[in-house]
Write a protein of this length. Structure first.
Length: 255
């Protein structure tokens, strides 16, 4: 960012890891900014209190995560799962990369496209939705997270090739036109106060009725201004617990 830059918002899917809480921090630094929560159009729990099956692996679905500060969320974005599925083909098949090269995508960017997995692609698509909806310019900044890489999805790419046929230049041209340049904003919603409260209330059925949380704590998430700042204040303690867990399991030694 430079003196011309305007940080506009943070976009992320929701789940158990709390990634979207980065938007809470960024809102403190940039008070006029927004937070957009992303999910699959095939399972639009936030967008329309819906449910269903989808192919965007690694994101939450069919419930509102307990650790999601819904009251601080401004936008819901529902992504058709066909788009990220075709993105990972285009970004990892030779004909897809060839077409992107012909369209002027730099060698540096092409080399990094395999860093984008299915849920990371969904985040990027949601960020594009967000930028289009709010008519942003080159001076506006939208932040999101590349949560996974294509290394995790080689079998998924192979499955798509078996189901849809070999990835050729015609398929790449279709994906470039339909799934890259024609991203639409018709499954995106600016949340009013009442709509946010409606989404927040969905937590009751999962967390109070099924998981033993209390109505008092659920209400505190909405009405107590200190609830979420108290959670954020635990970051250092939680980091220590995570480090201890990783050390005990040896997970980092194997990476």
């Amino acid at each position: 960012m430079d003196e011309k830059s305007n940080y506009h918002g943070f976009v992320s899917a929701t789940g158990s890891a709390g990634t979207i809480a980065a938007g809470d921090y960024l809102k403190k630094v940039y008070p006029k900014s927004k937070i957009a929560a992303s999910e699959a159009l095939q399972c639009p729990t936030i967008y329309m209190n819906g449910f269903g099956a989808h192919r965007i692996e690694g994101i939450g679905d069919k419930h509102i995560p307990w650790i999601h500060n819904v009251k601080n969320t401004d936008v819901a974005v529902a992504v058709d799962d066909e788009i990220p599925m075709q993105w990972i083909r285009m970004f990892n098949e030779e004909e897809g990369l060839k077409l992107l090269r012909e369209k002027g995508v730099s060698k540096d960017v092409l080399s990094r496209l395999p860093w984008v997995g299915i849920s990371g692609a969904s985040n990027l698509i949601s960020a594009i939705n967000y930028a289009k909806y709010f008519e942003l310019t080159e001076n506006d900044v939208v932040a999101t997270v590349g949560t996974d890489s294509a290394d995790m999805y080689a079998s998924r790419i192979e499955e798509l090739n078996q189901q849809q046929g070999e990835y050729d230049l015609h398929t790449a041209a279709r994906d470039y036109s339909e799934h890259l340049h024609s991203i639409r904003t018709d499954s995106m919603l600016e949340l009013t106060y009442a709509q946010r409260k409606r989404v927040h209330n969905l937590k009751y059925y999962t967390w109070v009725e099924q998981q033993g949380k209390t109505v008092e704590e659920l209400n505190a998430q909405w009405y107590d201004d200190g609830y979420w700042t108290g959670i954020h204040a635990q970051a250092a303690e939680l980091d220590t617990l995570i480090d201890t867990f990783n050390e005990a399991t040896g997970v980092l030694k194997n990476m």
